[in-house]
Design a protein around this ligand. Structure first.
Ligand code: MG
Length: 380
């Protein structure tokens, strides 16, 4: 029988020069870390995954060695159990799916539902740059044919955020759908700033409505279900409320669905629940009339995994736009996808289209990975 022969995990750090001033991080980022997971079967095939740092996985490696790689229901349950006791090891589940696709000679989008092979991209900025720079980026995105853009709020003064939004709307008119990520759902470990309360989120929401914003992302702490419900009631059809990008448990999403907290559900398959669990949750979300559009901020392997998941499970009807991290000069497709031989890019109409290559359909850039080899998974 074909079995999982070994699992290899390597850490890599791509230098960021100049440092990337991520809007959600109080410390500029000098390095972009990536943990690459490889699952090798006894017939010599290799599945790859990446995303979370795989903290604590070594103690559980033996649970997978010698197992049938095709037993994904079992593997996904074990990874879920590990996540309760230790770290989030969902990149392993992605690598197992990539291997399964290679064994079955099928692309993941087909194995995960086959609804579609493509989704429209939205360009997701990641910084608090000055107004004129954000306007220039918006015009660049529009001119590239990408139909939507996400801005970041959270500057020291709300008026500064609003001035950027107003200037971008003024520059692009109705040519771009605009989203705003408030980044109040979670903090980096060193950041003790309190999240917004409902009064502040409501004040911001009214301003977003004034500028015809499509969705307001993470306006409140991730566990503030009553606040999200109240905000969603307040904004109604005028503005969608989005969130859940780092929420870990399917039952949390089901409770948010039950309480009508969100219009847009954003779990990232390389951080939470995995491709199998999210292919099911995605259908529940869209059956309830909501959008399912994962967070993808990370490297291109995570972007590819979430693209296969969402295109395959629900397609464009359930996900009008998928996040495409893009904020040059620091955050380019080349940097974002540094572990890969080919960067993922939308076409001139903004479509991200998957091939019929088996599995994820991506190839590791082994020379680049060798040159970026590191012994830890940190941003500093
Ligand atoms: Mg976000």
């Amino acid at each position: 029988m074909n079995v999982i022969e070994r699992i290899e995990i390597s850490q890599h750090q791509c230098e960021l020069d100049p440092p990337f001033p991520a809007a959600w991080d109080s410390q500029p980022r000098h390095k972009f870390p990536a943990a690459i997971v490889r699952v090798i079967d006894s017939e010599g095939r290799e599945g790859i995954g990446s995303g979370d740092a795989m903290y604590g996985f070594d103690d559980f490696r033996s649970l997978f060695i010698g197992q049938d790689p095709l037993a994904i229901e079992r593997h996904s349950t074990v990874i879920d159990n590990i996540g309760f006791h230790a770290g989030r090891c969902w990149p392993l589940e992605v690598a197992l799916w990539d291997l399964i696709g290679k064994i079955k000679a099928q692309p993941l989008w087909q194995l995960l539902g086959g609804t579609s092979s493509r989704l429209k991209a939205y360009a997701s900025s990641g910084t608090h740059r000055p107004t004129e720079q954000v306007v220039a980026l918006a015009e660049q995105i529009r001119d590239a044919g990408i139909p939507a853009m996400k801005l970041r709020f959270g500057r020291h003064r709300l008026d500064d955020d609003l001035a950027v939004l107003a200037a971008v709307r003024n520059a692009v008119g109705k040519e771009l759908d605009l989203m705003v990520d408030c980044n109040q759902g979670w903090r980096m470990p060193w950041d003790t700033q309190a999240p917004w309360d409902l009064a502040k989120a409501s004040e911001v929401a009214e301003e977003l409505i004034h500028h015809h914003v499509l969705w307001m992302e993470e306006p409140l702490y991730r566990g503030d279900y009553p606040g999200m419900r109240a905000l969603n009631d307040l904004t109604g059809e005028r503005l969608k409320i989005a969130g859940g990008e780092m929420t870990r448990e399917p039952y949390e999403f089901r409770e948010m669905l039950r309480q009508q907290c969100l219009d847009v559900y954003q779990p990232d398959a390389v951080c939470s629940i995995g491709l199998l669990g999210l292919s099911r949750l995605a259908k529940e979300v869209t059956t309830a009339g909501k959008w399912f559009t994962p967070h993808t901020w990370g490297n291109g392997i995570g972007l590819a995994a979430n693209l296969h998941l969402t295109a395959g499970a629900v397609g464009p009807a359930g996900c009008p736009y998928l996040e495409y991290p893009f904020d040059p000069p620091e955050w380019t497709p080349k940097v974002r996808d540094f572990p890969l031989t080919t960067a993922i890019k939308p076409d001139a109409q903004g479509w991200l289209t998957l091939s019929d290559e088996p599995g994820l359909g991506i190839t590791l850039d082994e020379a680049r990975l060798a040159a970026t080899r590191a012994d830890q998974a940190t941003w500093q």
